[in-house]
Design a binder for this molecule. Structure first.
Ligand SMILES: Nc1ncnc2c1ncn2[C@@H]1O[C@H](COP(=O)(O)OP(=O)(O)OP(=O)(O)O)[C@@H](O)[C@H]1O
Ligand SMILES: [Mg+2]
Length: 250
């Protein structure tokens, strides 16, 4: 059984079609990379997987059944299955909250078991931040540390799936490498969906990948196969354009 699947999903914002029949399945332990140019619909797919958007046609399934986004209890359960990490750690953390509260708030909102403070300490340790981080505000941390805090917040729910939307593109190169190492380590225990412009990062983390172009999947399969022999002209161009800048995101 897939963790999450999209079956012939169509979606648009205010009548403008964005996704034109997207099907994909996320299997346990098989990190999935999503590549595609700006505006191709990558973040929109994550929104559908999170239940933040509802398909106009087709279905999103999670944990074996159709994701009923109107059901509060279902969405609470879904948040325990899937958690997001966004691109920009400067805007994704509330600057008025100390890190302790940033971490304990989802614990109570999701009605999670265990002691909230102990759980905060657990996730800080998991991302390699000191326990006393709880007493400080996000502004006291660097970009890379803030992204660790955002990841820690996601881990509070003990999710089985982490959806990461360009999680390192706002970071400098050295920090990027360390956050990728952290994601690699975490993906021993959870399944990652990674949106990236950077094919090198997808190759390092994701055994499966899809390539989107204007709301359609134009290539899907094992990352190694696609890198070795991209079939679609768009993927061929993407690879050719990236050859000379392996660690740069566009
Ligand atoms: N809230 C919204 N309202 C209207 N249109 C939107 C909204 N969000 C995204 N879009 C449009 O949907 C299309 C897909 O956007 P999406 O954010 O999914 O692309 P993306 O592949 O994530 O791009 P990027 O690489 O720039 O993040 C774009 O044409 C975008 O302008
Ligand atoms: Mg996006």
């Amino acid at each position: 059984m897939s963790l999450i699947s999209l079956n012939d999903v169509r979606f648009g914002y205010g009548g403008t079609p964005i996704l034109h029949g997207v099907s994909l399945a996320l299997e346990q332990g098989q990190n999935l990379g999503i590549l595609g140019e700006s505006g191709s619909g990558k973040s929109t797919i994550l929104r559908l997987m999170l239940g933040l958007a509802r398909p106009d046609a087709g279905v999103v399934e999670a944990d074996g059944s159709v994701l009923e986004t109107r059901s509060r209890s279902r969405m609470q359960a879904h948040r325990r299955l899937v958690q997001p990490v966004f691109q920009d750690p400067y805007t994704s953390l509330d600057p008025r909250m100390k890190v302790g509260r940033i971490l304990t708030e989802p614990h109570s909102a999701l009605n999670l078991p265990g002691d909230a403070k102990a759980e905060a300490a657990r996730v800080l340790q998991a991302v390699g931040l000191p326990e006393d981080s709880v007493d400080r505000y996000p502004r006291a941390f660097s970009g890379g540390q803030r992204q660790r805090i955002a990841i820690a917040r996601a881990l509070i729910a003990r999710p089985r799936v982490l959806l990461a939307d360009e999680p390192v593109s706002a970071l400098d190169l050295a920090t990027r490498v360390r956050v990728i190492a952290l994601l690699t380590q975490l993906s021993r225990d959870l399944t990652l969906v990674l949106v990236s412009h950077d094919i090198a990062i997808v190759a390092a983390l994701c055994p499966r990948m899809i390539v989107l172009q204007q709301g359609r999947i134009v290539e899907a399969g094992a990352t190694q196969d696609i890198l070795r022999a991209p079939k679609h002209p768009y993927t061929q161009r993407l690879l050719a354009s990236l050859q000379h800048m392996p660690m740069e995101s566009s």
